[in-house]
Unconditional design. Structure first.
Lengths: 109, 118
């Protein structure tokens, strides 16, 4: 399993764009990059997944450089409800993925 | 579409007692996962089933934990006997993909069962 490193915590104000970067230097050829969001007392929820370049959905964007050794989750114009823990997972999604400790994002007014 | 169902939502037991958790995945999902999440940490995979076979149980403490997925649908996770350090949230997740398929899919998580061992 590829080891991932992401910031323990981040703070932001409402309406700002938040970028959370994840390092994964030993990513393998078959590995995908997946981000999950978790609110207190709930199970994690899938946000976005990508293999290379850029992926965008209605919630977020995922930027992956050509070497794939890092990735950046971008949350446009965050609101208070985006306060959560965000996990970067790297691996073959068919097998066990390590969640790590995640990044705790706090959005304030 | 109904989500992943888990029961009970909360359980308090004394150490050395036994406990069982139940999970009903999303209909048609071949792959089912059990995770343990200790407060302040990310979920840790305990076991992964594909249909009714085990794909990965390398982190399951087999001396006290057991899991089964009869008929490839519902699953039960059991702890016997429980220890204080088993206090955690036990999450069940399911996905439609198959191990080694070479393409990506998402896991859908249930609400979890919060276990407190006293």
């Amino acid at each position: 399993l590829a080891k991932t490193t992401q910031p323990i915590s981040m703070d932001s104000y409402e309406g700002q764009e938040v970028n959370i970067t994840c390092s994964h230097n030993n990513i393998a050829t078959n590995d995908y990059i997946t981000w999950y969001q978790q609110f207190p007392s709930q199970g994690p929820r899938f946000i976005i997944q990508g293999y290379k370049t850029k992926v965008t959905n209605e919630v977020a964007s995922l930027f992956i450089p050509a070497d794939r050794k890092s990735s950046t989750l971008s949350l446009p114009r965050v609101s208070l409800s985006d306060t959560a823990v965000y996990y970067c997972l790297v691996g073959d999604p068919g097998y066990a993925l390590s969640f790590g400790k995640g990044t705790s994002l706090l959005v304030t007014p | 579409e109904a989500g992943v169902a888990q029961s009970p939502r909360y359980k308090i037991i004394e150490k050395r007692q036994s406990v069982a958790f139940w999970c009903n995945p999303i209909s048609g999902h071949a792959t089912l996962y059990w995770y343990q999440q200790i407060l302040g940490q990310g979920p840790k995979l305990l076991i992964q089933f594909q249909n009714n076979g085990v794909v990965d149980d390398s982190q399951l403490p087999k001396d006290r934990f057991s899991a089964e997925r009869l008929k490839g649908v519902d699953s039960t996770l059991k702890i016997q006997p429980a220890k204080l350090e088993d206090s955690a949230v036990y999450l069940c997740a399911s996905s439609s993909g198959l191990a080694g398929a070479g393409w990506a899919w998402e896991q859908y998580f249930g609400p979890g069962t919060r276990l407190t061992v006293t």
